[in-house]
Every structure is written in C-alpha cells, then in structure tokens.
Ligand binder design. Structure first.
Ligand code: SAH
Length: 523
C-alpha cells in the first residue's frame, strides 16, 4: 500500500517571522510541499528544504489565482500522493482563514491532517501598535468580526448554497455597538460603513479606534482616531489592505505602550549587500531594531576551484607556528573541508591561532572549538601583522593563512619583510559575483523607499555598483551608504561614492551603531 501523506494546516502568524510557532517551524523545516498564501510571510519559506515544492495560491492583484475548491483539491492530491504537506496560512488557519473548509475536504477524501494554530492578526497587530486587546479597567470581552468588502470575496457559490453565514450582512449592529472592544478584519474599504453603522446604532462617536496595516511587519503603519474621524484619516493616510481595525478604549493605551514603532531603525528600508551565507547576522540585528531589510547578495561563496593545496595545508596545519584566519567564511570553509576529509581540529596541533575581527574569533571558537591566541583590537590585516611583529612572533616563524582566493597581499608581505621563514597563503574559498540584484531591491530604489545600503567589504561595494549599471551614482544619489571600515570606504570613494557613515569598530555591531547614530532625521 502506498504511504499516505499528511496535510498540516499551519498558522504562519501575522507577519513577523519570529511569531511562527515552534511546531510550525518544525513542520516547515521538513515539508515536501508547502502551499502558502498572500498573508503568510514568504521569508518563512527560507526555512524549507531546498528541494521542497513551494506553491503560491494567494491573490494576484485583485483576482484569486486559485479558487478555494482548487486549493482543496490540491491539498487532497498532494496528501494522497504520500507527501508531507504544509498548508501555510497567515495568522491562524481557523480565524477567517477558511481552514475549516480545507479540513472538511481533507476529511472527506480520507487524508490525515493536523492543525497548528497561529497568532491571529487581531491580537498581534494591536500588540505591535502598543494596544493591548484587553485591559482590566477597560474591557472584559474582545470580539473578532470580519468586515469583508463584498460577499463574493469571502463566500463562494457552494458556501452560499449551504446557507452559510454571508458575511457582514448578518452582523447585528445594535449588538456590536454595545461591545467594549471589537476588531474588524478585512474592512479597509468598508471602514466608513462600519464606523457609521456603529454610530447609528448607538456607539459613542468619540470612541477611540485604530487601523493597523501590515501589523508586526517592518512596514507596519497605524492610524489612530475616533469612530467619527477614523475613516477620513485612513483615506488621507492612503492606508490600504491588509489592515485590521480595532475599536475600543484600549486604543488610548497606545500613548504609553507604543514600543515597536519607536525602535531606532523603525520605518527604515535597508539593503544588506553581503553574500547570502553571511547576510543573516546583520539582517537579524537590523530587523531587531525595526528596519525593513532587503538582502541583496552581490557575491556568492564557492569552494576553491582545486582543493589540492588547501587539503595539503589542512593536513599539515600543526607544523606551522601560527595559523591565521581572516574571515568567518575562511573558518566555515575550513571546518567543512576538515569534515569532508574526515579530520578535525586536532590537525592544528600546537599552532597558535590568530584572527582578524571578533566575529572571526567567535567563529573559530564555535565552529572549530579552538581557543584564539591573538585577536588585535583593530580589525584589519595590518594590525594583525603588527601585533605578531610586536610580540616577536614574526621572525623565524612559519605561518599558514587560510583565507579567500582574492585577498590583499599586505599581511603576507609584512610577515615576510619581518623575517618569517614561511608564509603559506591558501585559499579556502572563492567569491563569484551574483548575476543580478533582487527585484525587490530595485523596486525600492526606483520608488525612493530605500534609505540605506550597507557595505561590509570592498568586493561587495564593487559588485553592487557593477550590478546597478553605469548610472549607479545617479541611482544611489538619495540613498545613505554605510561602510564597515576604512578599506571599504576607500573602495567606495574610488567608485565616486561617499559613505554617509563609517563604523567606528570595524565589524557588524559597529556598522549597526553607526546607522543608529545617524537617526531618521538625516534622511
Ligand atoms: N487567518 C488570518 C486572517 C485572514 S483574513 C489571521 O488569523 O490573522 C485576512 C485579513 O486579516 C486581512 O484583510 C486583514 O484584515 C487581517 N490581517 C492579516 N494579517 C494582518 C496584518 N499583518 N496586519 C493587519 N491585518 C492583517
């Protein structure tokens, strides 16, 4: 008998990828098929296996790409074929998410399913806008309503035939008008009608209300008003779907509880131009500070064209007085290769370990479980050479450098000039340039939304300019540029670009700090 699959209805949460549940993450990590829609943050798909089949069934402009029947059929088909399927839905699968209908279809077809609840927009978006949905002094109930614009947006023929509730028309406004706190899903266009109906049925026109768009995402925008003036304010602010509206006195608490929108880099759009492998640390930190990050890998890392030299060097690493690592990538590739050769950190024997930069130090400690003997305070090659010379560790010594194929020769030269007997420079990886910049980045650049571009090396700077094309200077005219250190700054200047800031400490935290210090006022 064929192996039967299972369909997991997983709540993706409201947008912030950190709000996915642990169970949801576990399932996404191993899924064979992922079926996701418009409100599920596509960043979550980065977790999936590279060979997972990813199917988008969300909205394409105004029209549905897939009807609900087609989605149900797809889930049944994938489930019956023995696959582990994740049906990833924005927020919670059962809160106005049609998860119930999908379960019915799966049950009817005999396909096993599991439901993983998610954090729904009505709770999360207000929370990120500084609005608690209940408060002991203000409300003891909280109601979720769908205020969809048109019946047919939500209910198809079949559902109507079943006599299913047909949306806002079945709402009893005189009851709603008495409730202390109500969240309306899907109601941006319908907002004027929602607010006037509440007022007509006795709600206080001065009742505080807020509309939150893209809650919990870096693009979050909040408009606050009263039942009487919120519709006008929302139109003036050009707030469109997806947005949720919360009506109740708890909205007033935003004055003291607004925490997310006050983060230092909130509202800033920042391009991170590192390699794909490296991007995550910087991106994570910037996101933590509220920025919207667009990763623009300009270079990719690849193993050396030929491993012969590197393999020999790794096997004999213990014969050197010092082994030098100049980047996190050098460490990662060394570790990978050691594994492939069925070797481990014992190859380094009694060699001293010296590194450039605190991140490289951490990588050596974490990935190779080696203690670092030397890490000079200035994170440049010159400083490492000088530190070794100052310690009397250059003359008569043997050095092994494990680093990138293209690297500045200064470190080797300085050591040789200071009497080193051997300086063996071995490439652990090479960089190859990316073919093009991501469409999302180009779009923000065109629309003037891009606030910053970060540069963490000379090669990213050169490649980024090249990928932008001949008129890169004009295109970057209104964008702030952040450089990680003097070498990268020099390259930017050679390219005719003037960095807005340069990190004081030449590492990722230093770079982030420099951008924080600039603040939004300079944009
Ligand atoms: N199952 C989802 C809701 C689906 S209905 C959940 O539990 O959240 C779609 C509506 O949800 C949108 O029109 C909007 O009103 C609301 N919504 C979903 N995500 C949102 C977000 N991040 N910010 C604001 N509203 C959101």
């Amino acid at each position: 008998m064929a192996k039967s699959g299972k369909v997991h209805l997983v709540g993706a949460g409201p947008g912030d990828p950190g709000l996915l549940t642990v169970r949801g993450a576990e399932l996404l990590d191993v899924a064979d098929v992922v079926v996701y829609d418009y409100l599920a943050n596509p960043e979550l798909l980065d977790r999936c296996r590279p060979d997972a089949e990813i199917i988008y069934v969300g909205k394409k402009a105004a029209a549905h790409t897939f009807t609900q029947d087609q989605i149900n059929a797809l889930l049944v088909e994938k489930g019956l074929s023995g696959k582990s399927v994740v049906r990833l839905k924005g927020g919670d699968p059962f809160v106005f998410g049609r998860g119930g209908e999908e379960c019915e279809a799966l049950r009817e077809a005999g396909v096993d399913f599991e439901v993983v609840p998610g954090i729904t927009a009505a709770i999360a978006a207000p929370a990120y806008a500084g609005i608690p949905v209940t408060h002991r002094d203000l409300n003891s109930s909280f109601t979720l309503i769908t205020g969809h614009e048109k019946e047919e947006d939500y209910k198809d023929e079949q559902a109507r035939a079943r006599g299913a509730a047909s949306g806002s028309s079945d709402v009893d406004w005189s009851v709603l008008a008495k409730l202390p706190c109500v969240a309306f899903y899907m109601g941006v266009k319908a907002l004027p009608r929602i607010c006037s109906s509440l007022i007509d049925h006795g709600a206080d026109p001065a009742m505080p209300a807020a509309t939150i768009r893209w809650g919990t995402r870096p693009e979050q925008r909040t408009v606050v008003g009263t039942l009487a003036d919120l519709p006008r304010k929302v139109i003036e602010a050009k707030l469109a779907a997806p947005a949720i509206t919360i009506v109740g006195r708890v909205v007033e608490l935003r004055q003291t509880m607004n925490w997310f929108e006050t983060r230092p880099l909130f509202g800033q759009t920042i391009a991170v131009t590192r390699t794909r492998q490296q991007a995550s640390d910087l991106s994570k930190e910037l996101r933590q500070l509220g920025a919207r990050v667009i990763e623009a890998p300009t270079i990719e890392l690849a193993p050396p064209t030929d491993w012969t030299d590197a393999d020999d060097a790794l096997r004999r690493a213990g014969e050197y007085d010092w082994v030098l690592f100049t980047s996190v990538n050098g460490v990662s590739f060394a570790r990978r290769r050691l594994r492939e050769l069925n070797l481990d950190a014992r190859v380094f024997g009694k060699a001293g370990i010296a590194v450039i930069g605190s991140a490289t130090r951490e990588a050596v400690e974490r990935e190779l479980a080696l203690r670092v003997d030397l890490c000079p305070p200035a994170f440049v090659a010159e400083a490492l050479a000088e530190a070794l010379i100052d310690l009397g560790q250059a003359s008569g010594r043997k050095f092994l450098l494990l680093r990138a194929e293209i690297a500045r020769p200064i470190l080797c030269e300085k050591l040789r000039d200071s009497g080193a007997v051997e300086v063996r420079d071995v490439a652990m990886y090479q960089t190859v340039s990316a073919k093009q910049l991501p469409a999302a980045l180009l779009a923000t650049l065109e629309s003037g939304e891009l606030d910053w571009v970060t540069f963490t090396s000379s090669s990213t700077a050169k490649n980024f300019a090249q990928l932008l094309g001949d008129d890169y200077r004009r295109r970057l005219m209104n964008v702030k540029l952040a450089s990680i250190g003097p070498v990268t700054t020099a390259t930017l200047k050679e390219l005719g670009l003037d960095p807005t800031v340069q990190a004081e400490t030449f590492n990722i935290p230093g770079l982030v700090q420099a951008m924080r210090d600039t603040g939004p006022s300079c944009s």
